[in-house]
Design a protein around this ligand. Structure first.
Ligand code: AMP
Length: 289
């Protein structure tokens, strides 16, 4: 069975209809995306369906989270295919706003992302998280859902959103969902479609190196520097030339640790060809903190 989703273009009518659904007693789950949907996105929709009566998906390639020279113009836009994938779920409403609808002409208000946005991605993409925080808050206004679902794939992003929601007293429950991977371990991403077969092979070393490091932590390795070095070496041996960061950090503060104890997250960002990939893994060390 397929169920063509109801598509909206105007944020104000989207909000009115969502409020009406809530007034009728429906619990609403929001899945914000930039489109070019894959199984990772669909897992968020499936998760929303478990706890909500209506799932609303937004598809919007947000210009303010791309820096000049990044891939905004060539970011994949595949609306027809996206709607087809969403038609496996019911009921789903989709908002596909124009840029002017989200950024009304003359707009100058922005959200300054919380401090946790400064390191890692923020160090390499300085205005990125202000753009993310700004659009996500706008989307929360256009889609005043009860819950919003985000992937752990963008680990720092979900931490930024969690802090923003706490700091700005936003009445939405944030739900983190696990990373969906291809059978070979590659974390699914809309940007994977840029990869040539050779680059895809190189890209696999990210998840492989994270898995190996995770295994060593579970066997009691506590030296973060030595593990970071091993991950970098694996990536270089596979063919990565530009590694932005390899970090072993506290999952709450994202501050890098030297001694691995308790829960840590290992985060990697690296470029293959012109495609920048990120991935991460949460690990519980048997060494208690
Ligand atoms: P994007 O369209 O890249 O902005 O992603 C929209 C949402 O999907 C974000 O919350 C991402 O973290 C999530 N997402 C992207 N890739 C994956 C994946 N492989 N597994 C789980 N969630 C994902």
């Amino acid at each position: 069975m397929t169920f063509p989703p109801r598509v909206f273009y105007d944020p104000a009518s989207f909000r009115d209809e969502i409020r009406q659904a809530q007034a009728d007693g429906k619990r609403v789950g929001l899945v914000p995306t930039m489109g070019a949907l894959h199984q990772g996105h669909l897992s968020l929709v499936a998760e929303s369906q478990k706890s909500c009566d209506l799932t609303v998906v937004t598809i919007f390639v947000n210009p303010t989270q791309f820096a000049p020279g990044e891939d905004f113009a060539k970011y994949p836009r595949t609306l027809e295919a996206d709607l087809k994938l969403l038609s496996a779920f019911d009921p789903v409403w989709v908002l596909v706003p124009e840029v002017d609808a989200m950024y009304p002409p003359g707009n100058t208000t922005v959200v300054q992302a919380p401090e946790i946005a400064q390191s890692l991605e923020g160090a390499f993409r300085p205005s990125h998280f202000d753009g993310v925080a700004t659009i996500v808050l706008k989307l929360f206004q256009a889609a005043p859902a009860d819950m919003a679902f985000f992937g752990q794939k963008d680990f720092q992003q979900v931490r930024v959103i969690e802090e923003m929601v706490r700091d700005l007293i936003v009445p939405i429950e944030i739900v983190r969902c696990p990373i969906i991977r291809e059978a070979n371990g590659l974390a699914m991403s809309s940007r994977n479609r840029y990869l040539s077969p050779e680059e895809r092979e190189i890209a696999l070393s990210i998840s492989r190196s994270l898995e190996e490091a995770s295994q060593q932590i579970k066997e009691g390795e506590t030296n973060a520097q030595s593990l970071r070095d091993k991950i970098e070496q694996t990536l270089r041996d596979a063919g990565f030339r530009e590694i932005d960061y390899v970090s072993i950090a506290c999952p709450r503060t994202l501050k890098s640790v030297e001694t691995i104890e308790g829960d840590v997250v290992i985060l990697v960002a690296a470029k293959v060809g012109s495609t920048r990939l990120i991935d991460n893994i949460l690990v519980s060390s048997p060494v208690s903190s």
